[in-house]
Each structure stands twice: as C-alpha cells, then as structure tokens.
Ligand binder design. Structure first.
Ligand SMILES: CCCCCCCCCC(=O)SCCNC(=O)CCNC(=O)[C@H](O)C(C)(C)COP(=O)(O)OP(=O)(O)OC[C@H]1O[C@@H](n2cnc3c(N)ncnc32)[C@H](O)[C@@H]1OP(=O)(O)O
Length: 178
C-alpha cells in the first residue's frame, strides 16, 4: 500500500489538473481515508515506521534507500528522489536530503545490536545539485565511538559527483531514557 502511495505522491506532485479531475481525485482520496480510518491505532502500534522488513520501515515520509552492501561500520545503498521531493529546477528539496541522511545514518548507528541512539546533530553540506528521478549512491560510515557518542559520516553521489555529504553525532540513550 505504501508503494502505491509513493506512486500517487509522485504522480500528484507532477500533474496540472483540470478542476473537475482534481475534484474527482479529492473525492477518491477522501474515500480511501475513510476506508483506513477504522484501523487507526496508538502510535506505538502503527505499522508505518515500525516495520523493518519493509523498505523505508514502511514510513510514508522517507525517501526509500535500498541497501546494497552493509557491515558493522559501513553501508552502501541507492536512492531515487521522485517528483514528490522536487525543490525546484530538477533538484531535490534541501530538506529531503537531511531526512534521507538522518534515516540511513541512524539505521547504521543502530545496527548490529548497538543500543538505540538518537541524533544530536546532523550537519549537511550541499555540494552540487541532487537531481530527482536519478538513481544515486549513498555511502555511510560509522567512524568511531567515544562513550555514548557515535560519530558517523555519509555522502550522496550522482555518478562520481558528491552532491551532498554529512557528519552526524548519535548519542546512545540511557536505560529508561525516552
Ligand atoms: C532500525 C531503526 C532505524 C531508526 C533510524 C532512525 C533515525 C532517526 C533518528 C532521529 O532522527 S532521532 C530524532 C531527532 N533527535 C532528537 O530529537 C534528539 C533530541 N535531543 C535529545 O534527546 C538529547 O539532547 C540527546 C539524547 C541527544 C542527548 O541528551 P542526553 O541528556 O542523553 O545527553 P547529554 O546532553 O548529557 O550529552 C551526552 C554527551 O553528548 C554531547 N552532546 C549532546 N548533544 C550534542 C550536540 N548537539 N553537539 C555536540 N555534542 C553534544 C554532550 O556534550 C555530552 O558530551 P560529554 O559526555 O563529553 O560531556
């Protein structure tokens, strides 16, 4: 369903509709919302964002990163920002890129049995335009740990061009810390 929603999101972002088509589409979308509403649950029970086996943890907001290789301290994947993430002039929105980095760096930070950590900072440099509708490579490294602090770096590539890179600090949560 979330795959279909992503297609809808990209399509809806890319069209310029006559009023009657927009009205009909609104009615259909409202009908779908009505179909789902009886199944609303507490946020601790919802599937979205809590289903690791499904791409992007089934989180509707996230750009989906497909992991190609991973070990304890390194991850390589690919991502395509669809039309939904367009900022302007063929470039992905500057907010979508940190969103992608936070998720995939967080995933490596929390991998291989490391206890849960939360992002304390995420610094992103926009080095070149990040094109939409192009398969991009993302590389993440878990560089070092100092006590509760985990330092990670990442880069996003269009071919050989680094379009953005990031440094992040994740802090291990203390027992009982929310
Ligand atoms: C399979 C699942 C995959 C999931 C992937 C999900 C990825 C998404 C992850 C997120 O986006 S989490 C949401 C965004 N982040 C937050 O909402 C965090 C909000 N901030 C906090 O909750 C707390 O500030 C935090 C837990 C990060 C730290 O608070 P603590 O009270 O536990 O720690 P403390 O402030 O004592 O800091 C511990 C150490 O880190 C240092 N530190 C903390 N924040 C820092 C900072 N921003 N910059 C530099 N250093 C920092 C701090 O100075 C200290 O250093 P020392 O031990 O050397 O004294």
């Amino acid at each position: 369903m979330l795959d279909a929603l992503r297609v809808l999101r990209d399509t809806a972002s890319g069209v310029d509709l006559p009023a009657d088509v927009a009205r009909n589409a609104s009615l259909d979308i409202e009908r779908l919302s009505g179909l789902l509403k009886p199944y609303l649950v507490a946020d601790t029970l919802q599937a979205a964002g809590r289903t690791p086996g499904i791409g992007g943890r089934a989180h509707a907001l996230l750009p989906m990163v497909h992991v190609d290789e991973a070990d304890d301290n390194r991850l390589v994947g690919h991502v395509t920002f669809g039309r939904y993430y367009l900022g302007g002039f063929g470039a992905a929105h500057g907010g979508a890129i940190p969103l992608m980095f936070d998720e995939i760096m967080g995933r490596l930070s929390n991998a291989v049995g490391r206890p849960m950590a939360r992002t304390a900072y995420l610094n992103v440099n926009f080095r070149a335009i990040t094109p939409i509708d192009v398969r991009l490579r993302v590389e993440v490294r878990h560089d070092r740990e100092e006590g509760r602090k985990r330092f990670l770096t990442a880069a996003l590539y269009d071919g050989e061009t680094v379009t953005a890179d990031a440094t992040a600090l994740f802090i291990t949560l203390k027992p009982g810390q929310r």
